[in-house]
Design a protein around this ligand. Structure first.
Ligand code: IVH
Length: 676
């Protein structure tokens, strides 16, 4: 069906609206409408274009991603070369630049007034965007500065790149240059996903930007979170541009191009140095990577007068920040134990100056990261230190690996206390199981031990614990019970009175309960509720220490993970020594006979799921009966369920049981089983 004039007008109006909102969103960072409304406009346009495909033009906002991948990159010869920048690595080098500029311009007397356009030096990939009559006709990489690659199909997918210039007065032929980059957040998200999917990760945002632009299939580029800031005009024919660099950028922004919001005009060398410090202080909080700042003589007439040397302009310089990545070699890989017992691999490095400091250690995060990066002693590695973040090993330079290196393995024993190191399959972190015994974990373990809901030793604060641990007066909690009030009184911020009070509190804590004691031990995953269940189930500490993982799972609230943690804790001889030490020091509680006879109950080891209403007892009563006979009740049906008890109006659990072929008991059958 031929489109009417009205349809055409409607389509154009929608395109203009979408362009306007693109501009508000991407260039001004000040959207007027919510995303859903924007999506609605886009869908309305798509619907009309689907009906009238003959009206689709290359500049339509719907046409960012082409249908077909290109088979190879064409080459593009830049009409004006894309230059590079000289670098200044110090204020002295910047001073030399400023002097050269003022001398050439014969402005030595007013050098402090010389205006520079200052901008962050973005860490991405340079591109050239060519517009004919306001329409984007070509995108190209910088290449060697003379010849680049045709990446039109890819730059079109970047939403911040206008397909059509806004407004009026732009040159008939306009080449805009800028830096395509991947914002830090997008880079992190992209890498996290790539890692989870087992795909290749990017080493830094710059490689991510450059790599994304060099995709043959624009659909892939479109999925990468790319952005752009434009920083200059190349060719401009037929039209007038302002006479200062900063005003050219203002004009480009009016025309719909995104410029860096941090750009500024500064005066003389002092202005440059202040700007450098300001941006340097912001560097880590900026949403994109930068590696320095660029100063450009603002007057274009002055720029022309200054001209070029070889491949770089005399009117601009990049003032670099200290590198955040450097190469060095690994002299060792050691394992550190944190306050929670986490065992973390650390690379010992040949000292290297990076990110403004000398670095001789870098974290490897955890054992999985160590193995993923496969860092070995003798390797050459890239170390990164950004801002205040702890230095990390980014990657190994594999082709510099010496012969006969060995993979680094997780140690079996804690390097601090020699207790076993354990790691659950689902967890990245390996931990020392020494708990109360391990010096690395001692202070934290003690704080928990004395806390109100554990042994409840009032007056033994964190500071005092840290002091006592630091002087090695307390090695295990049992040592608390040998403190005397004289030595306590001599500690920082302690008087005789508070020392006496503390000794009394320590004394009082000796008489405790089994649940409190169990909780105080600080077994991972054993909170107050689990401690109470264990105590009521077994009645005696010895029975808990002796219980197998399987039996432990028969306890209310104890699943396979918790059971494994409890077993690991008591299997560590150091932990049993600590318990013996506490008992020897006089810590005691009353023990009882086990509530149930779980070891020889009729339902021992059997798992039940209850569904529907029972007429002769409540659900809690049914649970108690099952527990009393050594059985276990869980909330959902699985292959491990032995019986599903179905009362009146059973739920979906019944269907699940039938599906999994789990035996279903009606109320009567259940009654027979529990002997009621
Ligand atoms: S101006 C003649 N401004 O740095 C001046 N370049 O070493 C040419 N870059 O290839 C570029 N941020 O990729 C300019 N604000 C900025 C920049 C910038 C990053 C990159 C650009 C260029 C390289 C020059």
């Amino acid at each position: 069906m031929a489109a009417s004039k009205q349809t055409l007008a409607k389509i154009e109006a929608l395109r203009e609206q979408i362009r306007h909102h693109n501009y508000r969103y991407h260039v001004l960072d000040d959207p007027e409408i919510p995303d859903v409304e924007y999506d609605r406009l886009m869908r309305a346009l798509q619907a009309l274009e689907n009906k009238h495909p003959e009206l689709i033009t290359a500049e339509s906002p719907t046409q960012r991603v082409g249908d077909e991948p290109v088979s190879a990159f064409g080459t593009v010869k830049h009409r004006l070369p894309m230059l590079s920048l000289d670098n200044a690595f110090s204020e002295a080098e910047l001073g030399d630049f400023h002097r050269r500029v003022s001398e050439r311009l014969e402005r030595e007397d007013s050098a402090e007034l010389l205006a520079y356009a200052a901008e962050p030096k973005l860490d991405g990939a340079a591109v050239s965007l060519l517009y004919e009559a306001g329409r984007l006709v070509r995108g190209a990489t910088r290449g060697d500065g003379t010849t680049g690659e045709d990446i039109t199909h890819n730059v079109r997918t970047i939403e911040a790149v206008p397909l059509k210039v806004r407004g009026t007065g732009y040159p008939q032929l306009l080449e805009v240059r800028g830096e395509v980059f991947m914002p830090k957040a997008g880079f992190e998200t992209y890498n996290r996903k790539a890692r989870a999917d087992g795909e290749k990760v990017f080493v830094n945002p710059r490689n991510a930007a450059a790599g994304s632009l060099r995709q043959l299939d624009p659909k892939l580029t479109a999925q990468r979170p790319l952005d752009i800031y434009v920083y200059s005009v190349g060719v401009a024919d037929g039209g007038k541009l302002p006479d200062r660099h900063s005003l050219v950028l203002d004009q480009l922004q009016e025309w719909g191009f995104k410029t860096c919001p941090e750009r500024a005009v500064v005066a003389g060398i002092d202005g440059c140095i202040n700007y450098y410090a300001e941006i340097g202080a912001k560097r880590d909080s900026l949403p994109y990577e930068i590696d320095g700042v660029v100063y450009k003589v603002d007057s274009l007439a002055d720029q022309r007068e200054l001209g070029f040397v070889s491949r770089a302009p005399r009117w601009a310089i990049a003032h670099k920040f200290p590198a955040q990545e450097e190469l060095t070699t690994v002299s060792g890989v050691e394992f550190q134990v944190g306050r929670t017992g986490a065992v973390t691999p650390v690379a010992r490095l040949e000292p290297v100056f990076v990110g403004g400091v000398t670095v001789s250690n870098a974290t490897l995060h955890n054992i999985d990261e160590l193995h993923r990066k496969d860092v070995r002693v003798g390797d050459t590695v890239i170390v990164r230190r950004a801002g205040d973040v702890i230095p990390e090993v980014v990657s190994v330079v594999k082709n510099r690996r010496p012969k006969k290196t060995r993979r680094v393995l997780l140690p079996r024993k804690c390097p601090i206390c020699k207790s076993a190191v354990a790691r659950e399959k689902s967890e990245a972190v390996a931990r020392c199981t020494g708990g109360l015994f391990c010096a690395a974990q001692r202070a934290e373990a003690l704080k928990h031990f004395v806390s109100r809901r554990a042994m409840d030793i009032d007056g033994l604060g964190a500071k005092l614990i840290e002091q006592l641990v630091a002087i090695d007066r307390i090695k295990t909690p049992a040592d608390l019970y040998s403190l005397d009030s004289d030595e306590l009184a001599s500690m920082e911020r302690m008087g005789e009175k508070s020392a006496d009070n503390l000794i009394a509190a320590i004394e009082r804590s000796k008489s405790t309960t089994l649940p409190r004691f169990l909780y105080a031990l600080g077994i991972r995953e054993v909170g107050e509720a689990t401690a109470a269940s264990l105590a009521s189930h077994y009645g005696k500490l010895d029975a808990i220490v002796a219980a197998t993982e399987e039996r432990l799972q028969g306890v209310e609230d104890v699943g396979p993970i918790v059971a494994a943690r409890i077993r690991t804790f008591f299997d560590e001889p150091h932990n049993r020594e600590v318990i013996n030490g506490l008992v020897a020091a006089g810590v005691s509680w009353s023990e009882s006979e086990p509530k149930a006879a779980p070891t020889d109950g009729a339902l021992n080891g059997k798992t039940f799921v209850l569904t529907g209403t029972l007429s002769t007892m409540t659900r809690d009563e049914a649970k108690d009966r099952i527990h009393a006979l050594g059985g276990k009740v869980t909330g959902s049906v699985s292959g491990k369920t032995d019986f599903v008890v179905a009362g009146d109006k059973p739920g979906s659990k019944l269907a699940k049981a039938q599906k999994l072929d789990v035996r279903v008991l009606n109320e009567q059958e259940f009654g027979g089983l529990i002997g009621s």
